[in-house]
Design a protein around this ligand. Sequence first.
Ligand SMILES: C[S@@+](CC[C@H](N)C(=O)[O-])C[C@H]1O[C@@H](n2cnc3c(N)ncnc32)[C@H](O)[C@@H]1O
Length: 370
Amino acid sequence: MPDTHPPAQCISTDQIFFASSALIEARERREDARDRLLRIVDSGKYQAWYNGGTMELRPFAPASDVGSGVLEELGLVKDGQLRVKINLVGESLMLTDGVWVDSDIRVFPFSDESAAISKYCCRRNLLERADLVIDLATGSGHNLAWFRRDVRGVGMDINPRALSYFHLNNVINGLSNRTGVLNDIRRGISNIVDGADTPNILILGNLPFGLAPTQRTLPFTSNGGETGVDLQGAALAAIAAFMRTKFGARARAVLLGYSVGNSTDGQWQVLDLARAMLPEHELGFSILDDEGLTRVDGRRVLANPSPVRMALQAAGACRLYHQDTDRAQALYASLSDRLVSRGFSDLAYVVLEIGPVQRVLESGRQSVDS
Ligand SMILES: C[S@@+](CC[C@H](N)C(=O)[O-])C[C@H]1O[C@@H](n2cnc3c(N)ncnc32)[C@H](O)[C@@H]1O
């Protein structure tokens, strides 16, 4: 059994689909639903729940006058409980799963990774420049929600439940030029994407990148294998192949993830992997030293980068991911031993930027202009 908490209220994937079908042609109901969701997010009680660490192990209970009516009819509220988590991303209300949902099917609950991607893209002027954004592992669509409404977006994911939230979020936020595509990045970037008339294609990705001591220690959305690199490597291979296509040659990509490595030598596994697949002059590498490293009970803690032992000990203490934190910390301690014996003494939260005319940075949040 995965290391999860006992089941609480879980909305079915069918019900998420029914909710978007019920709203798509019904403007008044849509506005009513949106208004109620906004009132929930704005309430002090929701903010306390949202920022309350382990409070989000259980669904939020909205005030009965707000949580009734259309939200109950749509199945978003049942027995007084809000069965989804709401993240506010820019002006968009993003519905997704909470951590109480079974970790084998759960859609990614947090929007902090997308905020880090957006901040990086802003710094590099990539947010403004993009005409088409392809999100390789979109979940409920957080990464695309940071872009202007007129930007065309294609969100891919292997999890159909993620795509049902993605669709519902497009309906609730009135976004008509965003398309969800079922795709396994290990098989490349779906050829459904047509970038023929698109000068500025931006590819984004935050694939699961958590370091997993065993196959069952982390939820499916975060499990990146022992060094966190398994799906980041698949994404790099997919991007390298896409960039060899006719319109892929113009694309830029921003991949967020963890990398094990050695900060004294400036050697990072993810960067080495990228160098093996892509020309050096097309690679940029940044350690996000203005972001916290490990997410513990919903908040990022520790300096970035940090010693891998310290980072993994903190990871094992996260009560949102581990019911038995002593067991998780023991598993992470033996993973740390294995990593250190392979020369990986540190862990960093990093961005790889891939595209025309880049150069590799040693570290630091400042990127070069191309
Ligand atoms: C860390 S979550 C990020 C989700 C979203 N971008 C966000 O920030 O909310 C990783 C996502 O990768 C997806 N995923 C896992 N394996 C995948 C694969 N082989 N191909 C495509 N997506 C995958 C998961 O379903 C999940 O939505």
